[in-house]
Design a protein around this ligand. Structure first.
Ligand SMILES: *Cc1c(COP(=O)(O)O)cnc(C)c1O
Length: 484
C-alpha cells in the first residue's frame, strides 16, 4: 500500500488529465501553433500535463495552465522582456522596471496603441493639443498647479526646466542637494550640461537662508531645491524649507524650482517624510518636478507642474520636442492619475500604493498560507521582514511586513523560472516577501516554488545575474537607498 493511503482504491490522478490532442485543438493553441510553430505549443501542453502528473496541478486546472503557458510563449516571442514576480519587498525596484501599471493603465495603453486621437479633436476634425487628457487629469488632481507638462522622465523634466530658465546663468543649489541618483546619474553633471552655472551654497550638512540670499544676483536663473530621495542625513543638519526659499526667490525675482523625485500628488500618511506636489506648490514652489514611475505608480515620465507662464515657456522651448512623451505614456499616465484622484483615501489606486499600504497582518497570513503549502522537508518559516519603497522615495523608511524563509539555494532556481521570481537573499536564506505580489498571483507563486523544489537539479547553466553589481542576488535597498 502506498504510504498515507488508508486502504480502498487509490484514485489515479492521471485519469482526469486532458489528452494532448484535446489541448492542441483549443482555439488559442491552434492560433499559437500557426504563429509559433506546433513544437513549441506541444511543449507547453506537455509541461502542463507533467505538472498534473506530479500532482502539482489538479487535472481540471490543466487546460487553464496550458493556456497561460501559451500566452507566456507569445509574450516572450514579442519581446525579450520577461514578467517577474517581485518577492524582494522593494516596491519601486529600478532593475524590475519601477512601477507596475494598474489594470486601468494597462487597458489605456492597449487602447492607445493603434491609431488614436492623440492630436486631433474628433468632434471638429481639427488638430488638438497633444497630451490634453493627461494634462487635464494632473490639473484636476493638483488644483494648486496652473498648468502641467509631461516629458520623457524626471531627468528630462529637470533638463528642460534648467535649460529654459537658467542656461548661461546661475542655478543656486545647496551643497547638501548635489546628489547622485544611481546608475551613475549625478545631478550636478546634468545641471551643468544645460549650460547653466552651478552656484553652490552652504555645506554638505548645513545650508541657511542667508546662503541663498547672498548668492542672488543679476546672473541668477533660478533657485533649485532637490529632494535627496535616496539617503537621509542625521545629526547637525539644516536645510531651508520651500516656504523660506519662496521669499528669497521673490526678493530676487527668480523662479523657485523643486525637484521632488518621487511623485506623490498629496501627502501620504504611511510616508510622512516624503514630499508631495500639492504641499510643495502650497509652500510656494513655482515649478515642481516629479517622476511618473516612482510613488505615483504610473509609466516612466517626467511631470512638471506649476505657474502657467513658466510651463508655457518650457513647452515652447525647442528641447521640449526632443523630450516629449509618447502616446502610450500619456495614456497610462492619464489613467493612473484619474484613479489616484478618484480614490485618494486608503483604497489603493495603483499597485505601488497597494504595496506601500499593505496590511502587515494580511502579509503575514499570506506568507503563512504559502509556507504551509510547501513540503515540510523545506522547513519554511515565516519571519518578520521590512519592505522598502526603494527607487527614489522614502529613504530609510521600513515598511513592516513578513517573509517566507527558505534555503538560500532556491533563489537562483526561482529566478530562472517562468515567470521569474525574484527573492531576497539575505543572511544565508532566500526570503519571499509578498508585499509586491498581487494577491491574485499567490497561487502562481506557490506553483512556481513547488516546481523549483521538484527540479532544482534539472536547471541548465546558472542564470546570468542582474546587472546591478556583485550583491544583487538580492537587490535590496541598503541602509539608505538603492542603485537607481
Ligand atoms: C529619480 C529622481 C530623478 C530622476 O528621475 P527619472 O524619472 O529617473 O529620470 C531626479 N531627481 C530626483 C530627486 C530623483 O529622485
Amino acid at each position: 500500500m502506498l504510504p498515507g493511503c488508508e486502504g480502498g482504491t487509490v484514485p489515479d490522478p492521471r485519469r482526469g488529465i486532458p489528452r494532448t490532442d484535446a489541448l492542441l485543438a483549443l482555439p488559442a493553441a491552434r492560433a499559437a501553433a500557426d504563429r509559433l510553430g506546433p513544437n513549441r505549443v506541444r511543449t507547453a501542453v506537455r509541461a502542463s500535463q507533467e505538472a498534473a502528473r506530479r500532482g502539482e496541478l489538479a487535472p481540471e486546472a490543466v487546460e487553464a495552465d496550458t493556456l497561460a503557458r501559451i500566452a507566456g510563449l507569445e509574450s516572450r516571442e514579442a519581446s525579450s522582456l520577461r514578467p517577474v514576480l517581485n518577492a524582494t519587498g522593494v516596491v519601486v525596484h529600478t532593475n524590475l522596471g519601477r512601477a507596475p501599471l494598474s489594470d486601468a493603465a494597462r487597458a489605456a495603453v492597449a487602447a492607445a496603441s493603434g491609431y488614436t486621437d492623440l492630436e486631433l479633436d474628433l468632434r471638429t476634425g481639427r488638430r488638438s493639443r497633444r497630451g490634453e487628457g493627461a494634462r487635464a487629469a494632473l490639473l484636476a488632481a493638483c488644483p494648486a498647479a496652473g498648468d502641467a507638462l509631461v516629458v520623457n522622465n524626471g531627468a528630462a523634466a529637470l533638463l528642460l526646466a534648467v535649460t529654459a530658465l537658467a542656461a548661461g546663468r546661475d542655478v543656486i543649489i545647496s551643497r547638501g542637494e548635489l546628489v547622485e541618483i544611481g546608475g551613475g546619474f549625478r545631478l550636478p553633471e546634468l545641471l551643468t550640461a544645460t549650460g547653466a552655472r552651478l552656484r553652490e551654497v552652504g555645506t554638505t550638512n548645513r545650508t541657511h537662508a542667508r546662503d541663498y540670499s547672498g548668492a542672488l544676483g543679476a546672473e541668477t536663473g533660478c533657485l533649485l531645491k532637490v529632494h535627496p530621495s535616496n539617503f537621509t542625513q542625521a545629526g547637525f543638519v539644516t536645510d531651508v524649507p520651500l516656504t523660506e526659499l519662496r521669499g528669497i526667490a521673490s526678493e530676487g525675482g527668480v523662479p523657485l524650482v523643486a525637484d521632488l523625485g518621487s511623485g506623490l500628488l498629496h501627502p501620504e500618511p504611511v510616508l510622512p517624510g516624503e514630499p508631495d506636489v500639492t504641499s510643495a506648490l502650497a509652500a510656494g514652489a513655482d515649478l515642481v518636478i516629479v517622476s511618473g514611475d516612482k510613488l505615483l505608480g504610473g509609466p516612466q515620465a517626467g511631470i512638471l507642474l506649476g505657474r502657467v507662464d513658466l510651463i508655457d515657456r518650457l513647452a515652447r522651448h525647442p528641447l521640449a520636442r526632443a523630450l516629449r512623451a509618447d502616446k502610450l505614456t500619456l495614456a497610462a499616465l492619464e489613467a493612473t492619475v484619474i484613479a489616484l484622484t478618484a480614490m485618494p483615501g486608503p483604497a489603493a489606486a495603483t499597485p505601488v500604493m497597494s504595496a506601500v499600504r499593505a496590511d502587515p497582518q494580511r502579509l503575514r497570513d499570506r506568507a503563512e498560507a504559502l509556507a504551509a503549502a510547501l513540503p515540510a522537508s523545506l522547513a519554511a518559516t515565516v519571519v518578520p521582514h521590512d519592505g522598502r519603497v526603494g527607487g527614489g522615495g522614502a529613504p530609510g523608511v521600513a515598511l513592516q511586513g513578513w517573509a517566507v524563509r527558505l534555503p538560500e539555494r532556491l533563489a537562483r532556481t526561482l529566478r530562472a523560472n517562468d515567470p521569474a521570481v525574484l527573492a531576497r537573499t539575505h543572511d544565508g536564506a532566500c526570503l519571499l516577501d509578498l508585499r509586491c505580489i498581487p494577491e491574485a498571483d499567490d497561487d502562481v507563486l506557490q506553483r512556481v516554488v513547488r516546481a523549483a523544489l521538484a527540479a532544482p537539479e534539472v536547471l541548465p547553466a546558472p542564470a546570468p545575474d542582474l546587472p546591478t553589481g556583485p550583491s544583487t542576488e538580492l537587490p535590496h535597498v541598503p541602509a539608505g537607498g538603492e542603485a537607481r
